[in-house]
Design a protein around this ligand. Structure first.
Ligand code: CMX
Length: 420
């Protein structure tokens, strides 16, 4: 059903793209300063991405829906929305869930790969290696080797994408249990949705509220347009027609960096350090002094600032709302709330960060911690599960639109000195 829906929509998208290229192909949409070329291409418009947009003052908008308006949808509904542009109806949703369920089982060699890794491997390393080891499952690679025509690439990438999204929760939950020396893996529950089932397989907390939190978490992180490190890395690798398994692995390796997805682990670490330092919840004055000390030592305040946003991240707001509705008298969450009052004025006075407001990572860890998911070096794996949906959607769309291999031009320092 998803396949048929896309087969109807893709010719329309291809036609739109052709028209834009015919009519406006030569128009300039961005220019690049020397500073932008040196400093991470910030703000240079040089990619297209239809799954979502991020505006500086409103944050994430998925296919026209502001993220705060769709906090009630399931992660797999978000995937359908990202990929097709529409929310699924009941039948479309259950068809997608059935397709994902078909791929829940992990091949045995993946367990062998994970078992052979050093015990102190980071969970993100384990996840990335596990996924990449599954390249042998790639239908896209198989069809490509058989000479499938370009017009069909997207179909096989979609099949790989569904396999990946279907299998990820089982792998991710097993990594959690293995790393924490918990007993056997927990089998999937066929009656649960994608996010609820993942929460169940973690075996941390059996409450409905924890499942609710996990669905929210997995929905909120699903996409953030095309230029962030993880999406851009995956899209670049996929543009060489590398297998979706390797392309997603590349993006997740980028997500594992402390300025990107790993920031959520840094964030909770920061909050716990505060709690330990003050043996509880400090006063706002003490908190302010603590933040200044950290900044004066040349360290960032985790969970604050953003490359694009210039407002409190609405995903932060969604997590805060969840916390306020479900958590009372908890030191960790109380510190997170107090930081929201203290940090923005401090960062404004400090004068460096262009955005003094909290990003998505500022609150999420405290909620997971509350429900017993306390191993914060695991948090980026949750982010990965969710972001895989956006990345895979973008890869499928790029193949459907026949976006060619990525190849921007680099220049050397002499060129910069002598040609401007
Ligand atoms: N605390 C202290 N200093 C900060 C800061 C923060 N939270 N955020 C930005 N700054 C500093 C930068 O380090 C930079 O300093 P230098 O000029 O000395 O290098 C300066 O302010 C300007 O940075 P910017 O243009 O505002 O921000 P960038 O686009 O370069 O970086 C980000 C964005 C997210 C990496 C940065 O704000 C940061 O390091 N934040 C803390 C880590 C974090 O929360 N990351 C999660 C981001 C969410 C995600 O993408 O996953």
């Amino acid at each position: 059903m998803l396949q048929e829906t896309l087969a109807e929509k893709i010719p329309v998208w291809q036609n739109d793209l052709k028209q834009v290229l015919d009519q406006n192909g030569d128009k300039v949409i961005s220019s690049v300063t020397v500073s932008q070329a040196i400093k991470g291409m910030r703000g240079v418009k040089s990619l297209i991405c239809d799954t979502s947009t991020v505006s500086a003052d409103k944050g994430l908008i998925i296919r026209g829906h502001s993220i705060l308006d769709i906090t009630n949808i399931l992660p797999e509904e978000a995937f359908y929305l990202l990929l097709t542009g529409d929310l699924p109806n009941k039948n479309q949703l259950s068809d997608l869930q059935n397709q994902l369920n078909e791929h829940r089982t992990v091949p045995d060699y993946v367990w062998n790969v994970l078992d052979s890794m050093p015990k102190k491997s980071h969970p993100m390393t384990m996840l990335s290696i596990a996924i990449q080891s599954m390249r042998v499952e790639s239908i896209f690679v198989e069809k490509f080797n058989e000479g499938t025509p370009k017009k069909d690439y997207w179909k096989w990438v979609l099949e790989d994408g569904l396999k990946l999204i279907g299998v990820l929760p089982t792998i991710a939950a097993a990594i959690y249990r293995k790393q924490n020396q918990l007993s056997e893996k927990i089998d999937p529950d066929q009656n649960l949705d994608w996010g609820g089932n993942f929460a169940h397989m973690l075996g941390v907390n059996d409450s409905d509220d924890f499942k609710k939190l996990m669905r929210l978490y997995l929905m909120l992180h699903s996409d953030h347009e095309g230029g962030n490190v993880s999406a851009f890395s995956s899209l670049t690798v996929a543009s060489s027609l590398s297998s979706p398994f390797l392309a997603l692995g590349a993006g997740l390796n980028g997500l594992a960096g402390p300025l990107h997805g790993l920031a959520n682990q840094e964030c909770l670490k920061f909050v716990l350090e505060i709690r330990n330092h003050f043996s509880g919840n400090p006063s706002k004055e003490d908190l302010k002094e603590y933040c200044w000390k950290r900044l004066n030592n040349g360290r960032v305040i985790p969970g604050y600032g953003h490359a694009v946003l210039r407002c409190p991240d609405p995903r932060f707001t969604a997590f805060m709302d969840f916390g306020k509705n479900h958590i009372n008298n908890d030191d960790v969450f109380d510190i997170v709330k107090a930081l929201f009052d203290v940090v923005p004025p401090v960062l404004k006075e400090h004068g460096k960060a262009k955005n003094p407001w909290p990003n998505v990572d500022a609150a999420s860890g405290s909620l997971l911690y509350y429900y017993g998911l306390k191993e914060f070096n695991y948090y980026t794996v949750l982010f990965s599960l969710s972001r895989a949906m956006g990345i895979i959607s973008q890869i499928i769309i790029n193949r459907a639109l026949r976006i060619p291999i990525t190849r921007p031009k680099s220049v050397n320092m002499d060129w910069l000195k002598n040609n401007i």
